[in-house]
Design a protein around this ligand. Structure first.
Ligand code: FEO
Ligand code: CA
Ligand code: CA
Ligand code: CA
Length: 651
């Protein structure tokens, strides 16, 4: 997400903290842990690393620690290295670069008709709202591949389910958005949401196929609510039916085969012209304000007027479960998992119970975990959702490298009636304030989470921050971000305590000598992360467009946004892919055999300080990827990556 409504130069609204809780930020934890780092230098690094079972990459901020550098060293003797490709160089070209021996193919760009007889893409953006609702949405983000058919069949055919995080307010309409109309609101809403589309491999290429599964969920699709905040809750009664999901950033997929879309910067769509309106404490905590992110939808659609229709806000900020195998199913907002700016929803299973990690992506906000209270199969057998029954926790990172999961449960700790909490629904509707109250640790914009399938260690990207230094976040400001990891007590992901450390500090050693990366693997603003089945950690970057490529921001050596692969054991990292201009790289999944990888290129050609600002007259000012149509415009797309020799991606 990178939008700025004032200047058309895009900065992240997530960069601005709305956390006024005074909870102890990481930099204070850092100061307290500094002594521990000295101890680590003094020789106990092995002991400190023991909980992670690692030799090198723990404490890559510490010059004494090994690993973390590129260049191909560091795998165990006699073992085939996890990463086998040649690192690609940083690039500012307007194209996709992949290593020698790999191919990249564009699939389902924005505007692709879902069905053979559907409305064709119009490169001047003159497709109507009704047509957009029958086409692939814009701004592809989190994505999962659901194989169709057993065994090898599922490597060649499946459902791609992907989020459409937002729209570019200039690119989305032929004449831009200077004049706001209901048709433009409707086309905007239809560009958001989720696409379910069947894809198949034929003759070495992938293509989408007309299918009964093909479906759009948009900003106007009817939705249901479950969990403690039910559809009948007074806070959910608004002037229009419950519908739509917005700003679906990353995603999750459940052990029972459904997809979860996450609602991130939903506050930005709302606004008002009412001069008397001021946000409530709760609305301010979620960043709701009169201008929103500049969409101005409220000018044409009273649904988005915060003064006239405030409860519509309460219908957003949730995780949304979608059954891709049932095209007629109603998406369900699972309220037990909390209401905030959900970046993603990473599902894991431990002791038969479902565990869901989710970052709240704003500077100074928190990391959450939901743990089911019984084995998920038991609830499924009873016809009930495992996501309606469990405990939501928020993370506290302690000074000594330990951490605790603090329950957000009505009646426990400070979340009592005496302190103004009404019930569990109230705790969930005001999740951020509940987390403030229990003493969660503010973080530098928590983004994706992924769990190492080899040892259950959990990794979290902290993409960047304005000034919350700490031992897990040792820079003020922290423009490049880093990756934190932890091991839950006893390797049990349902545990309520953990040990944490830093996996890697991103950045450029030319600007920060603490950074232990070189030209083969320097990167900034890690966002997407994902472990493949072999335990390779894929890292995707989202350097904001106000910063990308700029020497005066220390970013001229990093090139365009990229994807890298890391070996979590040795700390080795290599750059695998570089994207086109103005884009971020996001969304990553492979077929079960790992021989096809799907990634997303989001917002190519968006306004950047370095390259310039597109206009309705020249939407190609920054990029014209992927079509390079001289009369067209850049558009988000999925990219299929294959190895020429048919091998496993990353080897
Ligand atoms: Fe949608 Fe936090 O990136
Ligand atoms: Ca982004
Ligand atoms: Ca993201
Ligand atoms: Ca991001």
């Amino acid at each position: 997400m990178s939008i700025d409504h004032d200047s058309h130069i895009h900065t992240d609204p997530d960069d601005i903290s709305s956390n006024t809780s005074g909870n102890r930020p990481f930099h204070e934890v850092m100061a307290a842990r500094a002594g521990r780092r000295e101890v680590v230098r003094g020789g106990t690094v092995v002991a400190a690393a023991a909980f992670l079972g690692l030799a090198g990459a723990v404490g890559t901020t510490d010059p004494a620690a090994a690993g973390g550098k590129g260049g191909g060293h560091g795998h165990w003797p006699g073992k085939k290295p996890l990463i086998g490709f040649t690192s690609v160089a940083p690039s500012t070209e307007d194209r996709i670069t992949v290593p020698p021996g790999y191919t990249a193919q564009v699939l389902i760009p924005w505007g692709t008709p879902l069905h053979r007889k559907g409305p064709a893409w119009r490169s001047d953006a003159s497709n109507t709202a009704a047509e957009q609702a029958q086409q692939v949405g814009s701004h592809h983000d989190g994505m999962h591949f659901f194989p169709l058919g057993k065994g090898p069949l599922g490597n060649r055919r499946g459902l791609l389910v992907l989020n459409h995080e937002y729209i570019d307010r200039t690119m989305h309409y032929t004449d831009g958005d200077a004049v706001m109309t209901m048709e433009k609101v409707d086309k905007g809403l239809a560009g958001h949401g989720v696409t379910v589309i069947e894809v198949e491999q034929a003759g070495g290429k992938w293509r989408h196929v007309d299918s009964k599964f093909n479906r759009r969920v948009t900003g106007t699709t009817p939705v249901a609510f479950s969990g403690p905040v039910s559809a009948r809750h007074p806070a959910l009664q608004a002037n229009n039916p419950a519908m739509g999901t917005l700003n679906n950033c990353s995603h999750g997929f459940t052990p029972w085969g459904t997809y979860v879309a996450c609602e991130e910067n939903w506050n930005g769509y709302f606004g008002t012209e009412d001069p008397a309106w001021t946000p409530t404490v709760e609305q301010a905590r979620y960043g709701v304000n009169a201008a929103g992110f500049g969409y101005r939808w409220h000018l044409a659609d009273p649904r988005f007027d915060v003064a006239g229709n405030p409860n519509e806000l309460n219908r957003f900020g949730w995780l949304v479960e979608i059954d891709p195998m049932n095209p007629r199913s109603t998406p369900v907002k699972r309220t037990a998992l909390g209401r905030f700016k959900h970046e993603g929803a990473t599902f894991w299973e431990s002791r038969g119970r479902v565990v869901v990690y989710s970052g709240d992506d704003q500077d100074g906000d928190y990391l959450y975990k939901f743990v089911g209270d019984r084995p998920w199969r038991m609830y499924r057998a009873l016809g009930r959702s495992p996501l309606d029954h469990g405990t939501l926790y928020v993370a506290r990172f302690d000074d000594d490298g330990r951490g605790r999961w603090l329950p957000l449960a009505f009646g426990r700790g400070p979340l009592t009636r005496a302190n103004g909490w009404r019930d569990q629904a109230d705790v969930l509707l005001r999740t951020r304030q509940a987390a403030d109250a229990v003493g969660a640790t503010p973080l530098d914009r928590p983004e994706w989470v992924s769990v190492n399938p080899k040892n259950n260690d959990v990794y979290l990207t902290l993409t960047n921050g304005s000034g919350r230094p700490g031992e897990v976040n040792p820079r003020t400001p922290n423009p490049y971000g880093h990756i934190v990891r932890w091991r839950e007590r006893g390797g049990d992901n349902t545990a309520t305590s953990f040990d944490w450390d830093i996996f890697v500090l991103a950045g450029d050693p030319a600007y920060d000598p603490q950074v232990r990366l070189d030209e083969s693997n320097i990167f900034g603003s890690p966002d997407g992360i994902w472990f493949d089945g072999d335990g390779r950690l894929w890292i995707q970057t989202d350097i904001s467009n106000s910063t990308q490529n700029r020497a005066d921001r220390g970013h001229e050596n990093l090139g365009n946004n990229a994807m890298l692969a890391a070996d979590p054991t040795t700390g080795e990292i290599r750059r695998f892919l570089v994207g086109p201009r103005g884009a971020e790289i996001t969304g990553v999944v492979t077929t079960p055999d790992q021989r096809t990888m799907f990634i997303n290129v989001q917002h190519p050609g968006e306004s950047t300080t370095f390259w310039g600002t597109p206009t309705p007259e020249n939407p190609r000012a920054v990029s014209n990827w992927p079509d390079f149509d001289p009369a067209g415009r850049p558009r988000s797309a999925t990219v299929v990556i294959r190895k020429v020799d048919g091998g496993v991606i990353g080897t």
